[in-house]
Write a protein that binds this ligand. Structure first.
Ligand SMILES: [Cu+2]
Length: 339
């Protein structure tokens, strides 16, 4: 009897290993307890719904793919992914909640954890699973954290997100560091919304391509924040593939890359998007997010502090238009006009 149960459990484990892929896990994540709400007394400690990939063959609408379609499964009230401005967010990437130190059933106490973001094929990469030497980033897609300065998930759009941190060495290790730029503005009441973004490669034994990963979090910015600046929704530019020709890379803040969806894609079908230098990203904190309109935003911040609700209202109907100017020293700078 006990053996039968063990076999059933093992088979179930294998089943989700095969089906599973990867996500960044923390208690700010939308959908971590699916099909239950996060606040439900029943906790699904074996939860992996958020890691299922978003595939081209599924013809997904924005509502279906954005935030893994989990916007109606918010985290518990008061739970946030906490991002220290000027510091490092230490997170966990895994194929199942059960394989994270933070979110697994407490009785397991880390007994089932490996240094890797789940072993086997769920990482879609061809580096050997050894702790030394370190993996070759050429075979990793890289991952990106993006932020939107709003807590309103119902009006949030994929284009609102601005990338603040990239880690080239992912997906590989379970524990991952994201450097957060110094001097980010603090979040509004109710916090910010963040996404985690990943594409794996294909064609060298990593498995099939054409799947996107996009998970959503309530997040907060702590640490060395700067309340005299603000970061507008949609302040990012869509990246382009520039390869080794760095002069053709998009500079300044960028939006996440969305490909292969029936609705809301902003990238061509190929090459496979990567959070790498070939798409204009640097490894670590995207310090250039603060190149946007620091001077003109000061006045907006002041206005917001005098009348927060009207500012928020205006912000939703008057999306500031951007234009690019070239300053005398050749530095590209984006200046916001309007608000
Ligand atoms: Cu996958």
């Amino acid at each position: 009897m006990r053996l039968t149960l063990a076999v059933v459990l093992w088979t179930a484990l294998l089943a989700y290993q095969v089906e599973a892929h990867q996500a960044l896990w923390n208690y700010g994540l939308f959908g971590y307890n699916w099909p239950y709400q996060a606040s439900n007394k029943t906790q699904d400690w074996n939860s992996n719904a958020v890691v299922s990939p978003l595939r081209k063959t599924q013809n997904l609408t924005i509502a279906e793919w954005f935030g893994r379609g989990m916007t109606k499964y918010p985290p518990r009230t008061g739970e946030f992914m906490s991002l220290p401005s000027g510091g490092i967010y230490q997170g966990e990437i895994a194929c199942n909640r059960a394989y994270t130190k933070l979110m697994q059933q407490p009785s397991l106490n880390g007994s089932n954890l490996t240094p890797f973001a789940c072993e086997g094929g769920t990482m879609h990469q061809i580096n050997p699973l050894v702790t030394s030497p370190p993996p070759n980033n050429t075979w990793l897609g890289g991952t990106a954290l993006a932020i939107a300065y709003t807590s309103d998930v119902d009006t949030l759009k994929p284009s609102d997100m601005v990338i603040i941190s990239v880690n080239f060495t992912s997906v590989f290790w379970r524990e991952i560091d994201y450097s957060i730029p110094k001097g980010l503005p603090p979040c509004p009441d109710g916090g910010c919304l963040c996404t985690w973004n990943w594409y794996h490669l294909a064609g060298h034994g990593e498995g099939y391509g054409q799947e996107m990963y996009n998970t959503l979090y309530r997040c907060n910015v702590t640490g060395e924040t700067d309340s005299s600046v603000s970061l507008a929704l949609g302040a990012g530019t869509v990246p382009v593939y520039c390869g080794n020709d760095t002069s053709s890379c998009v500079t300044g803040p960028k939006t996440p890359m969305y490909a292969w969806m029936a609705e809301g894609s902003n990238m061509p079908d190929s090459p496979i998007p990567r959070y790498s230098a070939g798409f204009g990203f640097s490894d670590g904190a995207q310090t250039d997010v603060l190149s946007v309109a620091k001077p003109s935003v000061n006045s907006a911040a002041r206005r917001r502090s005098t009348n927060p609700s009207i500012f928020r209202f205006l912000g939703t109907i008057l999306r500031p238009s951007d234009h690019r100017t070239r300053t005398t020293n050749g530095m590209r700078m984006r200046r916001r006009i309007g608000l």
